[in-house]
Design a protein around this ligand. Structure first.
Ligand code: RIB
Length: 304
């Protein structure tokens, strides 16, 4: 069984600032770092580091060799990457003194997927595989429909919010990864329990992982809810913490762990991630995650 990720890839231009820029303001950044990122690439690397066999399917734009190299370095299979005309996906990220970020995204070739590309990649898959997709590429609805029609389980990270999001075939999604803001967009409610109740009723087949920032996360499957808290640690950079959570959680699910163990593993992995700068490079190795779990490095979990 493998994870086939139709995953966005970006070059992240990350600027350290004291505070985020306000409209009309010009300020000098404290430093600039260029990282490999993109929700798709980060999630592939997180799942691979967690121990999953991962195939990454994407278009490789201009100047994107570093993105392929990063996937290769981290044990992700890249034979489904195809060179394409056009700029690579890239971002301008501000990270403030509290480690919070805001991201300006340019989709580039992430938005140039075609039906032929998707069909060709899926031809190499079998029904036992899991397909993963984020909302940073085009063809999301087609990928979900096609993979599901082939009997594959589909994991969808509904981030970022776009106009198309509400029209996607959520009834074909097995695992839905959302945060509170995406949950509110899908349901009209800002209350976590209500979000889960509405989505659970609307899409009974869908297992939902709702992340709640400092309130931890909730997993809802087959009418049962499992909650997890957070480990409060000093935050350096939150970029890719959500992707780390998704990749680790999915790998643990595919490995047959209990919902609570999946949540715990993913929480420990993302706690390690926020203590490091950058995107893909800040994702911890499985050994580091297991050691932190064994040694209870982060102390008592807070469940708020
Ligand atoms: O989730 C973090 C990622 O979002 C960054 O790496 C950036 O590229 C954006 O896609």
């Amino acid at each position: 069984m493998k994870l086939v990720n139709f995953g966005s890839m970006n070059i992240d231009n990350t600027y350290r600032v004291e505070e985020f820029l306000r409209p009309g303001e010009t300020k000098s950044a404290l430093r600039l770092d260029v990282y490999c990122g993109g929700k798709g690439l980060n999630q592939s690397i997180a799942a691979a580091k967690a121990g999953c066999t991962v195939w990454h399917a994407a278009l490789l734009g201009q100047g994107a060799k570093m993105l392929k190299d990063k996937l290769d370095e981290n044990g992700v299979d890249t034979h489904l990457l195809k060179p394409a005309e056009g700029k690579s996906g890239h971002t301008v990220i501000q990270v403030d003194a509290h480690g919070q970020n805001c991201i300006l995204l340019y989709g580039g070739v992430n938005k140039q997927l075609t039906k032929d590309f998707v069909d060709e990649a899926l031809q190499a898959c079998s029904a036992e595989d899991v397909v993963l997709v984020q909302n940073e590429t085009n063809m999301v609805a087609y990928i979900i429909e096609k993979a599901s029609s082939m009997g594959m389980r589909v994991a969808f990270n509904a981030s970022p919010i776009t106009e198309e999001l509400l029209g996607y075939p959520f009834d074909k999604v097995t695992w839905l990864f959302i945060n509170e803001v995406e949950g509110a967009c899908l349901t009209g409610s800002e209350d976590a329990d209500e979000i889960l109740a509405i989505l659970g009723k609307r899409y009974p087949q869908c297992r939902i992982l709702l992340t709640l920032g400092k309130h931890g996360a909730v997993y809802q499957a087959d009418g049962k809810m499992t909650r997890i808290g957070i480990f409060p640690v000093p935050v350096v950079d939150t970029t890719s913490a959500g992707d780390t959570f998704t990749g680790y959680f999915l790998q643990a699910m595919m490995d047959g762990l209990s919902p609570y163990d999946c949540l715990l593993r993913a929480t420990v992995a993302s706690t390690l991630c926020v203590q490091r700068p950058g995107a893909a490079d800040s994702i911890p190795l499985r050994d580091e995650v297991e050691k932190a779990m064994e040694q209870k490095t982060f102390g008592q979990m807070v469940l708020a």
